[in-house]
Write a protein that binds this ligand. Structure first.
Ligand code: AMP
Ligand code: GLY
Length: 433
């Protein structure tokens, strides 16, 4: 059995780990290929040197190698149509079509869909650079803060929370100038600010049925206390038990996931793959902040180690329309993922710093690589990106224990200018300030 994973971040490393540990993979003498691997992925997989956006070369490779299932990790290849290309060549792939991936690649489509499907989300209006005055007139009627979002993909940076009209007007001007977000920002939405607690919910679906993975909580800001610039994600904890009640799960299924899947199917955009629901829980009611068309990073690193049923079979069930028959189960454990980053990230940072201590981590932890590469001597592992490693602490006792395990192990890994947040899990554990 041959599996191809497209992408090489911490998320894809965790996907490779979970496939590798699936009984169905081992029983079938599986082999994983990954584009383009790093020192962390070589334990599970063989690296291939094709860019994750070179879709036709990836499909050529999958055809030639007789890949049984391809797993698309990130949003860019999906929004470029990797699933459409593979399916048109009769190649099996986990992930949505280009039209379905618009749930993430166009915030205007996503909000319109939610409005039409009656899914709870913040009130909004959409605008374009053709008529910036329309946006500024609208702002005069808003109460603040408001949230302004570029329509297109902007690597998590296309969202600005504006506390006052001056900031909002400047943001509209910046978007319309095309300087900061290019085409992605020429259309945008202005929406109401929601105040509550955010969680990430992954629904793995075949377009009709779905299963939920344990809820997780990301920490998007660079500094402790959720301060500073937005990042790709500095850490995550799972499960977020306080929201995993029957009542909340019923609301999420009934008010959000089922209506969205039905709408997408009825409108010729059947969504297959992982529907990532970024939710704000406001007074015990879930509101959608955003949908993504893929697993989240770093939430995946925290969530997948909790799965006890066969992960590869879950991916197959999504690709083959058999989710109804899939029996999902989880370990009664807790995880905390702490991201070790290069100092300066999400701004400028240096690369090429030697990483020490990777061999000193203990059994209660997993380390997934993202920004790492072999140094020029071929044996040192050195930093090569903003987010370098995801250190995941695991405990069968408590979330507190998982957090301690993550930080204890993260402390054994050293590199120059290493930076991490020190408060991952603070919303779930009162003792973390
Ligand atoms: P997004 O890229 O849509 O996930 O937005 C990035 C972050 O901005 C989210 O994770 C939230 O923390 C915040 N955000 C987005 N929309 C809203 C909203 N309507 N109200 C409050 N915060 C929001
Ligand atoms: N952790 C947020 C994301 O994957 O978009």
């Amino acid at each position: 059995m041959k599996i191809l994973i497209v992408g090489n971040g911490g998320r894809e490393n965790a996907l490779a780990y979970a496939v590798y540990n699936s009984a169905s993979f081992r029983d079938n003498s599986g082999k994983i290929f990954i584009t383009t691997g790093n020192p962390g992925t070589e334990e599970f997989s063989e690296s291939i040197n094709i860019s994750s956006t070179d879709i036709s070369s990836l499909a050529d490779f999958a055809g030639k190698e007789k890949i049984d299932l391809t797993i698309a990790g990130a949003e860019i290849p999906l929004s470029m149509g990797i699933a459409d290309e593979f399916e048109s060549r009769g190649l099996k792939i986990f992930g949505p079509s280009k039209r379905a991936a618009e749930i993430e690649s166009s915030k205007i489509f996503s909000k319109k869909m939610m409005r039409e499907a009656g899914v709870p989300t913040a009130e909004y209006n959409s605008f374009s650079d053709d008529n910036p005055d329309e946006a500024t007139d609208y702002l005069r009627k808003c109460s603040f803060p408001v949230v302004i979002k570029a329509d297109g993909l902007a690597a998590g940076k296309g969202v600005v929370i504006c506390e006052d009209i001056q900031t909002a007007e400047a943001t509209v001007k910046e978007l319309c100038s095309g300087n900061s977000f290019g085409e992605a920002g020429k259309k945008f939405i202005i929406e109401k600010f929601l105040s509550g607690e955010e969680i990430s919910v992954f629904a793995v679906t075949d377009g009709t049925d779905h299963v939920l993975l344990p809820f997780s909580q990301d920490h998007k800001k660079i500094s402790d206390g959720e301060k500073g610039n937005n990042t790709g994600g500095m850490g995550a904890v799972a499960p977020v038990k306080k929201f995993m009640t029957k009542d909340m799960t019923d609301k999420i299924n009934g008010k959000i996931i089922r209506p969205v899947l039905k709408y997408m199917k009825d409108h010729g955009r059947e969504f297959k793959g992982c529907l990532y629901c970024g939710l704000m829980i406001v007074n015990d009611e879930p509101f959608v902040i955003e949908f993504n068309c893929r697993f989240g990073d770093p939430e995946t690193q925290a969530v997948l180690p909790l799965l006890s049923s066969d992960f590869l079979e879950l991916l197959y069930a999504s690709a083959e329309g058999k989710i109804q028959d899939y029996l999902i189960s989880f370990r009664n454990e807790f995880t905390c993922c702490v991201v070790l980053a290069s100092g300066g990230y999400p701004g400028e940072f240096e690369k090429g710093k030697i990483i020490n201590g990777l061999d000193k981590t203990e059994k209660d932890c997993l380390v997934f690589h993202s920004g790492t590469v072999y140094g020029s001597n071929g044996s040192d592992i050195v930093t090569n990106g903003g987010r370098v490693l995801s250190v995941v602490g695991i405990s069968d006792v408590s979330l507190e224990d998982a957090v301690s395990a993550a930080y204890r192990n993260a402390g054994r890994i050293e590199f120059e200018y290493k930076y991490n947040r020190t408060d991952i899990g603070f919303r779930q554990i009162k003792s973390i300030k």
